[in-house]
Design a protein around this ligand. Structure first.
Ligand SMILES: *Cc1c(COP(=O)(O)O)cnc(C)c1O
Length: 391
């Protein structure tokens, strides 16, 4: 990987040491231009007219995303963020009293809040599968817990609060064997870790544009497996998802775009398509190799600092590096680093209560690396961390 070139193509690299890639990564100049050019075109010739003129490039979003995750273009829906993409799948499923939703301890706040809402409304039951010795979902315990009351298996691939990578394909084997729908929150993995939905065996996969894909904010997508969704009616319908065929009738679109809504951020679609094309061109295998090397190098540096405790779980660890600093105010550290143009973020227990409460963690500092980061930047970050901590 030509890191100097990657950095030259990324305007933000000249301004900041960006270690908040799990929050929102830096886009390339080309992705930025794809979005801005379309916003300009809308202003100059009209929004509908701009969409017509760029029709073919907008449509190319679907095959690009499909290629990235091993899907078919008609299995992809553009949705404004990962949460809404996930919601469109989750809330479209029907639950009755006694139905079970199986999930994992590291589950993301928004997802878990939705389980709670549906459990409270319908009498469905949330079953949280324990972690194994590595801190990832215990696949054996999952397989033993699946029964005829199981209506959904729903987990995250990588949680927001750490480097853990859940064994998504192993979970998929359990789901397929039991014939249970499987929803995978891949918000932190798409663009970071190679994804093949056929190998994973999921029915739905949700992702966001702005994180490891380096797309614009306000973009995301849902993968919905053709066989699963052909007869699944989305929780919301509009005149794009369905057609008003007669005074009392309507017909739902046959493809995954039944989960979309009509109005959208076209500049964002084009920006995300550009970002996905770049990920495809670089190859997510190569991206993953570099991210693993950089995050291992960062963990090594942090492990040497007294009072710093790494908090990443998992047999396989990704680009999200989290840690605590003894006796320090994590928010103050983040703010002091930002004043030095070094970006990290904080994960709080509100983003993943079961995991964080279970480990007695209130907050962790999250330094998440991407391909354009350098070992030199890691050194600068670690030196700055020590300086602000002693300040
Ligand atoms: C960020 C994140 C989400 C939410 O994504 P949005 O695009 O903000 O809706 C969901 N799950 C995980 C694991 C995340 O890290």
């Amino acid at each position: 990987m030509d890191v100097a070139r990657l950095r030259a193509e990324t305007p933000g690299c000249a301004k900041v040491v960006h270690l908040n890639n799990a929050g929102s990564a830096l886009p390339t100049q080309r992705t930025l231009a794809a979005t801005l050019d379309h916003l300009r075109l809308e202003a100059e010739i009209g929004g509908y007219e701009a969409a017509d003129r760029e029709h073919d490039r907008i449509e190319a979003f679907y095959p690009s995303v499909a290629k990235l995750i091993g899907a078919q273009p008609d299995e992809i829906a553009f949705i404004e963020n990962a949460t809404r993409a996930w919601d469109m799948a989750f809330y479209s499923l029907a639950f009755a009293p006694g139905d079970c939703i199986l999930t994992c301890r590291s589950e993301y706040s928004s997802n878990y809040i939705s389980y709670l809402q549906v459990a409270h409304k319908t009498g469905a039951e949330i079953v949280t599968i324990p972690d194994d010795a590595h801190g990832q979902i215990d696949v054996k315990a999952l397989a033993e817990r699946v029964d005829r009351r199981t209506k959904l298996i729903s987990i995250n691939h990588v949680p927001t609060q750490g480097g853990l990578v859940n064994p998504a394909a192993e979970v998929g084997k359990v789901a397929r064997a039991a014939g249970v729908p499987y929803l995978l929150d891949a918000c932190q993995t798409v663009g970071q870790i190679p994804i093949d939905v056929a190998a994973i065996g999921c029915d739905f996969l949700s992702a966001t544009g702005r994180k490891y894909l380096r797309g614009p904010r306000g973009t995301g997508f849902l993968y919905a497996r053709r066989e699963t969704t052909a007869h699944l009616e989305p929780i919301f319908l509009d005149n794009h998802a369905a057609r008003w065929t007669g005074a009392t009738t309507y017909e739902v679109r046959p493809d995954a775009r039944r989960f979309e809504n009509w109005e959208r951020y076209y500049g964002g679609v084009l920006g995300l398509a550009a970002a996905v094309d770049q990920a495809n061109a670089l190859g997510v295998d190569a991206i993953w190799t570099r991210i693993q090397a950089l995050s291992a190098a960062l963990r090594q540096r942090l492990a040497r600092l007294p009072g710093v405790t790494l908090t990443d779980l998992g047999a396989v660890k990704c680009g999200i590096v989290t840690f605590t600093v003894d006796g320090a105010n994590h928010d103050a550290i983040r703010t002091a680093l930002r004043a030095r143009d070094i970006n990290v973020s904080i994960s709080t227990k509100f983003s993943s209560r079961l995991d964080m409460d279970g480990r007695g963690l209130e907050t962790v500092i999250r330094a998440s690396v991407h391909i354009y980061n350098t070992e030199d930047e890691l050194d600068r970050f670690v030196a700055a961390l020590q300086a602000v901590r002693n300040a």
